[in-house]
Design a protein around this ligand. Structure first.
Ligand code: 13P
Ligand code: SF4
Length: 330
């Protein structure tokens, strides 16, 4: 097996896998043997979603991580999600199939620069979107996700001044929905900021009956076209409960797996990006594969480790988010 240095360079523990091995069976066997649970985000490849014990959006995955009684959490998602699970369950071993599965949005907000930004607004409360590093969470008052951001801001007194980071698109959407004047950090997601309003408009001409569903990390020009705006769970629920049969989906393409599984009679069309790439895959989310998931559960590496002092500070704003979400029935 690779050394720790090699794992840090490659992102995962590389090892020969017998091609005749049934990875689904092996993963299920290891899960039982080690009392492990697999939590997967909707942006993971279909095979990973199918073997997971729980699939969800960022809020649902955090709620599961906080309450699981498993000894090991295999987090099939990106680094900040696994880190959040570790902060909520510090005594458990949290594994990420590929330690290099990062997030462009989290990267767009370096903690040392955010600290300076925060210092310029000393009387402001700091709300950070969960897509950020543990260090940033440790500097925050409340964490939020795309499914509870509006509710969290609405739960605060109207006089309360607020800094919102790192996603400027979600921040602008929350400001509009709540009528609040938020001070925004200028960050964005590489997948959601490149959907093309023009191409979506042309697609809508080909599919005039289709409803447009968008994640709030999209730019305003795209959200203006949307019939529904929400988190991945919100988008899935909307499509499932809607009587409509066609949907143009402006978020990462992994969500289509569950949408199609739950709604075999409906058609889901990925919204096109403004470049010539054929798909809307997040390169970070898609670093994880079934093979890497198997190896990480087998060898219990790569493991997410967060310094104790960061955990002690970061857990408070995350727990605050979970409390407010419970009060809001989310
Ligand atoms: P959700 O919380 O809606 O699942 O979004 C996570 C994410 O990374 C969006 O890009
Ligand atoms: Fe980060 Fe965007 Fe990938 Fe979500 S889709 S994990 S925000 S880079």
């Amino acid at each position: 097996m690779d050394t720790l240095e090699e794992i840090n360079v490659k992102g995962f523990a590389d090892e020969y896998i017998d091609p005749t091995l049934d990875l689904f069976d092996e993963i299920s066997r290891l899960k039982k043997e080690k009392n492990a649970v697999i939590l997967a985000h909707y942006y993971q490849e279909g095979d990973i979603q199918d073997i997971a014990d729980y699939i969800g959006d960022s809020l649902g995955l955090s709620q599961q991580a906080a309450k699981t009684d498993a000894d090991i959490i295999v987090f099939a998602g990106v680094h900040f999600m696994a880190e959040t699970a570790k902060i909520l369950s510090p005594k458990k071993k949290v594994l990420l199939p590929d330690i290099k599965a990062g997030c462009s949005l989290a990267d767009s907000c370096p903690p040392h620069l955010f600290r300076k930004f925060k210092e310029a607004y000393p009387d402001h409360l700091v709300i950070t979107y969960v897509n950020c590093t543990a260090e940033l969470k440790a500097m925050s008052d409340i964490v939020c996700t795309s499914s509870n951001a509006v509710g969290i801001v609405n739960s605060l007194s109207p006089e309360q001044k607020i800094i919102f980071g790192p996603d400027r698109n979600l921040g602008r959407y929350v400001a509009e929905k709540t009528g609040r004047d938020l001070v925004l950090w200028n960050g964005a997601c590489m997948v959601h900021e490149i959907f093309s309003r023009e191409k979506i408009t042309r697609l809508k001409e080909r599919y005039p009956e289709a409803k447009i569903l968008a994640h709030p990390e999209c730019e305003q020009a795209v959200l203006d076209l949307a019939d529904y705006i929400g988190s991945t769970t919100g988008i899935l629920r909307y499509a499932t409960s809607s009587p409509d049969k066609q949907f143009i989906v402006a978020t990462e393409a992994g969500i289509l797996h569950q949408m199609e599984k739950d709604n075999p009679d409906k058609e889901f069309i990925p919204a096109p990006p403004n470049n010539n790439c054929a798909c809307n895959d997040c390169p970070h989310m898609k670093r994880n594969t079934l093979e890497k998931l198997y190896l990480c559960l087998k060898n219990e590496i790569p493991e997410i480790l967060v310094p104790e002092d960061i955990i002690a500070r970061a857990v408070k704003p995350i727990e605050r988010m979970l409390e407010i979400s419970a009060e809001l029935g989310l």
